[in-house]
Design a protein around this ligand. Sequence first.
Ligand code: GDP
Length: 461
Amino acid sequence: MSEPDADTLDPTSLRTPIVAVLGHVDHGKTSLLDKIRGSAVIEGEAGAITQHIGATAVPLDIISTIAGDLVDPDDFDLPGLLFIDTPGHHSFTTLRSRGGALADIAILVVDVNDGFQPQTLEALDILKRSETPFIVAANKIDTVPGWNPNEDSPINATYDAQSDRVTGRLDESLYTIIGNLSDEGFSADLYWRVQNFQRNVGVVPVSAMTGEGVPDLLAVMMGLSQRYMKAEMEIDVQGPGVGTVLEVKEEKGFGTTIDTVLYDGTIRADDQVVIGGMNDPIVTEVRALLQPRPLAEIRTESRFEKVEEVSAAAGIKVAAPDLADAMAGAPVRVVRNRELEEVVHEVEAELADIAVDTEEQGVVVKADTLGSLEAMADALSEVELPIVHAEVGDVAPRDVSVASTAEDPKQQVILGFNVDVLSDAERRAEIDDVTVFTDEVIYQLIEEYEEFVDELERAQQ
Ligand code: GDP
């Protein structure tokens, strides 16, 4: 039997919003997620926190316990919040749903001492493009001299006039962040002055270390989510499930499995499903739906327990035959009482929508998921670099063959985002004079390429 599930306990009209945490490296994304999860575990009754694959569900009653007076459960129709476990905008771009980002809302973490950094800007760019509503967590306020969390904290003095009494360096840092957001075209303010969080970005001072401000952050998230989900989401929580592949993984005893975030409907242990594959859509039948077992229960058999059904939003591992060609970032759809052909068609259409436009001449692009491939293509189109071939997967010898046929030496190049270079491909590239760049940050990858072009041009002069 499965644990009581936060997502199925209390059927409401709105599904759990999916929340992503973005921001520059070391600004505190992981710490903030840990703090929220940790507080939830401390506040939670045993079993209230559902174990998920790739995401943590925090039910409404736990949020309200953490947030105290700031969140009255009676004010909300949402079952809670589902936090994507892997922070960073890589996972954000990877995780797509129909035509947009998988996450419904985002938290952008900015270190108050460090301010805006390249990945902050990159994250903002992604949020802007995907039209994802977000709030800013101005993190590490505990490190600001003069900050006294116990007295007159503007954070605790929510929504009242007192709250304007932020003083000294913190004040300055917060206004710098607000100014930077406005430079990027966002209208932002300290959260207690914001009326409509969809129109204005709220800046919430927090400490992922002490937990201060976390109740406020959750309260603002809930307010924003409720409004957004009501306005934007037409969801049939009982219908055939729709989700996205997070990761394709070998799992002992189960073969190839897909970690999936379900963002709509339900998936059952006997469902027929259609999944985006490297070549054609994969049509297969669910063999098992797997959730991680609570740590205490892990014995010799399996880290997972089987469940019969989950409903959106949830992270779940799907075991099924024929998953070897499944692509991270690709759609997953339950067929159930629909025509198989129609569902296959939808998966094809969704894949075609993500597909990258290629030209006769250009560079070769490889990425680990469909979403990141698309993000790469967007970034390259901004610098007007054409793509001749784009594909999910590690850099392989045939990619080198394609790159070696470029007429322009500046395009005898492979750009790999979050992928490895197979050793055959490495050897081949040396022989064929193809340059391979790999990186885990898009703008760095492009910078490396631009330096290479500069050098080539200097050499030609
Ligand atoms: P990420 O790369 O954005 O996930 O950042 P981490 O969560 O790994 O945090 C980077 C470093 O900052 C770690 O050493 C954390 O302990 C520290 N850190 C994160 N949040 C806070 C905070 O609110 N206060 C203080 N003092 N340190 C923090």
